[in-house]
Design a binder for this molecule. Structure first.
Ligand SMILES: [Zn+2]
Length: 259
């Protein structure tokens, strides 16, 4: 069995810091590692292993740093919706959220087709999934209802969900839990191998260039990529994983609207 590996990137740059920490130069500087160093390192690594994946990008980042986003598109990666300035969507009214996501979608569509969405920060609002459906977004990658793709119904239709989990997110492990690269490698390898063992055809790993782009962590990621490739894992863009999922015969897990 082959596992579809969704090694996706949240390319936030200094969007959230400009919004929530505008008077914190060190936080802004750390976030700009994405722009100065992190993105190029990840693109180089992906090119070396011929990996095409999905980068979730706040639309403000695409406006401020278009050359960075053009580089991502030029390397044939997919771009996904990720808010305008990495807002906490659950703090917005429905009207404001619709306006913001619609505006962001239009901006990103000037770079490439947009199929998917991931939540900025840790939460969405009770309206987000409905709004995404209204905006004709095909898939979401914010929820945690299964450890393989499933159908998430909304009050306006349905989305394909490419689920995520915190222990498969570099930011949580390195920046919050302060784990070392070897421990993270062992956790992620363990999850991949266990997924193979249990015939789970999917694994999602989230990375942020300013986090995973640090030398020892990037070396760890390369070891993981090598391991996954030798075990037959297939790195794919979100929309390709969605397409594989929709082609699957048999019943698919379908979850009713959350509200
Ligand atoms: Zn983000």
């Amino acid at each position: 069995m082959s596992i579809n590996v969704f090694l996706s990137v949240d390319f936030d740059a200094d969007s959230a810091e400009r919004l929530y920490y505008a008077k914190c130069p060190v936080k802004i500087s750390k976030a700009q590692f994405d722009l100065n160093v992190g993105l190029d390192r990840l693109l180089t690594l992906f090119k070396k292993y011929e990996i095409k994946t999905t980068f979730f990008v706040p639309a403000w980042v695409a406006q401020e740093y278009p050359h960075h986003v053009e580089k991502i598109v030029r390397d044939e990666h997919e771009i996904g919706l990720h808010g305008y300035k990495h807002e906490k969507l659950n703090e917005l009214s429905r009207e404001k959220e619709l306006e913001l996501l619609h505006k962001s979608l239009k901006i990103l569509q000037s770079f490439s087709d947009i199929n998917g969405f991931r939540k900025p920060y840790w939460e969405i609002s009770e309206n987000t999934l409905d709004i995404l459906t209204e905006l004709k977004i095909i898939y979401d990658s914010s929820l945690k209802g299964c450890d393989f793709p499933y159908i998430q119904k909304t009050r306006k239709g349905a989305l394909v969900e490419l689920p995520i989990e915190d222990f498969l997110d570099d930011w949580v492990l390195f920046e919050i839990d302060r784990k070392g690269p070897e421990e993270v490698l062992s956790m992620w390898k363990g999850e991949f191998e266990s997924s193979l063992h249990l015939n789970i055809p999917y694994i999602s790993i989230i990375v942020h260039p300013s986090c995973i782009g640090r030398a020892s962590r990037l070396t760890m990621l390369e070891k993981l990529i090598n391991h996954i490739l030798t075990q037959g894992g297939a790195f794919k863009r979100g929309i390709e994983i969605v397409s594989d999922f929709l082609k699957m015969t048999g019943n698919k897990v379908t979850v009713p609207p959350l509200f």
